[in-house]
Design a protein around this ligand. Structure first.
Ligand SMILES: [Zn+2]
Ligand SMILES: [Zn+2]
Length: 276
């Protein structure tokens, strides 16, 4: 069976609704999937319902923003109860930080002379099927920014890029994920640790924070990075997950890539959390 345990929907910055995700997952021949939106659990129940209707296996998930020693990282929380109050509070706090980043970026652009009206921005509603986030789409509609690549090349850089917001320490995220019945897995280590490199030394602090697994299979990983992750998991008895980080065509990643089979993964207790 093929699996993709990292897919975004319109609840965060993906372009597909849960129904569209399920249609695409089925068409791609994937039998097990997880919707893992950034700091949002709104589409866990709808995706579970659609999956059940389509006869697909589904793992509830959310991708939580965290920060360790100045590095922004993402923690995939699998098997969570999306209604758990502590988890809700955590993702709402993180959402507020993401909103602040949006607004602060615009304030800085406005101060530098860009024609930005913050009141108009407050009233602006973007179409989630475009993918991305509010400030990005607002800037595209104003003609200030071309697309997501242009945003990161030219807009989200000094001096307009705000300081990184105080996302919680992985230890705090792990505690909440555990309280919500979930299992915390470090997302795409090769992306988060691209500056430091994926080594036992750079991974150990996450292990010490209570991370129970690594997303070994990811489109950001070359074969060496996959091997480094798998070796660390084998050595430290960690779970092995994988997924495409597909955003439905936004920002480029493709559903089911890299191809992952259920037997490539080590889901341990998460096997019990799969809804069929
Ligand atoms: Zn991520
Ligand atoms: Zn993601």
């Amino acid at each position: 069976m093929r699996a993709d345990l990292h897919i975004h929907t319109t609840a965060s910055d993906g372009r597909w609704t849960p129904q569209e995700v399920v249609e695409r997952v089925r068409a791609a021949g994937i039998g097990l999937f997880a919707v893992a939106d950034h700091d949002a659990v709104d589409h866990v129940h709808p995706a579970a319902r659609e999956a059940r209707r389509a006869g697909l296996a589904f793992l509830p998930a959310v991708e939580v923003s965290a920060r360790l020693n100045g590095t922004g990282v993402h923690i995939l929380a699998y098997g969570i109860d999306p209604d758990h109050p502590d988890l809700r509070r955590l993702v709402e706090t993180n959402r507020a930080l993401l909103d602040w980043v949006n607004e602060e970026t615009l304030r800085r652009l406005a101060r530098a002379g860009y024609p930005i009206d913050l009141e108009a921005y407050a009233a602006y509603q973007h179409d989630p099927s475009r993918g991305g986030w509010k400030a990005l789409n607002y800037l595209i509609d104003l003609g200030i920014c071309r697309d997501v690549r242009d945003f990161f090349d030219r807009i989200y850089v000094d001096p307009y890029r705000p300081p990184d917001p105080p996302f919680p320490h992985p230890e705090e995220v792990v505690a909440v994920v555990r309280a919500a019945g979930g299992v915390p897995v470090l997302a795409h280590p090769g992306m988060s640790l691209r500056k430091q490199g994926v080594t036992p030394e750079t991974l150990t602090p996450f292990l010490e924070s209570g991370i129970a697994g690594l997303e070994c299979y990811s489109p950001y990983h070359d074969p060496q990075t996959i091997q480094a992750c798998l070796a660390f998991c084998a050595r430290c008895d960690l779970l092995v997950t994988g997924g495409s980080d597909c955003h439905g065509g936004f920002a480029g990643r493709q559903l089911g890539i890299p191809p992952v089979r259920l037997e490539d993964l080590r889901l341990g207790p998460l096997t019990e959390c799969i809804l069929r």
